[in-house]
Write a protein that binds this ligand. Structure first.
Ligand code: ATP
Ligand code: MG
Length: 218
């Protein structure tokens, strides 16, 4: 029972922007807990270079360890096949029957939502918390749903302006730059100990080539 936030991501690596989003969503919507759901590894044929799932899962655990009210789920990591967001939401809807679910996504992802597999079912199972990202307008985002019988339940978190991305962090680590301002210290140490992001392809364009909601290459 209660209000549960679901926050998926590649988390390669998890960074202070993700933590700020989670903390703000939890506070503003009075969520009882947030479940972080690192994505599984993409299929080989997409060529997307993503750090192995065990590393991404561990970094997510380390980042949220100091805070109460967070759980890390290996739901996506355990699956061997790519899954649609609606499958994940259905899973948590069954697991937490009677709870109110809030799916946290970036405004960039929300803009694509009408192309997601079974998105109307997804919207019937949860509310959406949309986190603003640069270049996205609230009114444009809702325009796509104006013809729908049932309007989606959407909450906007629009004063978080953290100019950080995992892509930027991977590039900085590759170039030997200090990332302690962008990731928790435990994650920073983990990156160093496991020598992550030391290969050039870890931050090339292919990183954006996989869409975990539509399960297609962009
Ligand atoms: P990449 O650069 O590899 O795409 P990312 O920083 O966007 O990584 P993801 O794991 O793709 O991180 O993000 C998970 C979710 O967190 C997405 O919905 C994304 O929009 C959101 N997000 C990531 N960084 C920020 C940020 N700085 N501010 C607000 N939302 C963010
Ligand atoms: Mg991203």
């Amino acid at each position: 029972m209660g209000k549960i936030g679901l926050f998926g991501g590649t988390f390669d690596p998890v960074h202070n922007g993700h933590i700020a989003v989670a903390q703000e969503a939890k506070k503003r919507l009075c969520l009882d807990k947030i479940i972080l759901i690192p994505a599984g590894d993409p299929p080989h044929k997409t060529q997307k270079k993503v750090t192995q799932k065990q590393h991404r899962l561990r970094m997510t655990e380390l980042a949220f360890e100091p805070f109460d009210g967070y759980e890390i789920s290996d739901y996506e990591i355990r699956k061997n096949t790519p899954s649609y967001s609606v499958d994940m939401i259905r899973h948590f809807h069954e697991t937490f029957a009677g709870s109110e679910l809030f799916f946290i996504i970036g405004a960039d992802s929300f803009a694509d939502l009408p192309s997601w597999w079974h998105y109307r079912e997804l919207l019937s199972l949860c509310s959406i918390i949309v986190v603003s990202r640069p270049d996205t307008e609230k009114s444009d985002l809702l325009a796509d749903f104006s013809g729908d019988e049932e309007a989606p339940r959407v909450f906007f978190l629009d004063n978080l302006h953290m100019d950080i991305s995992s892509t930027q962090i991977r590039a900085m680590v590759y170039h030997g730059q200090d990332v302690t301002a962008f990731v928790p210290e435990t994650v920073c140490r983990y990156i160093q100990e496991n020598r992550l992001y030391k290969e050039q392809e870890s931050f090339t364009k292919e990183i954006d080539g996989w869409n975990s909601h539509t399960c297609r290459k962009n």
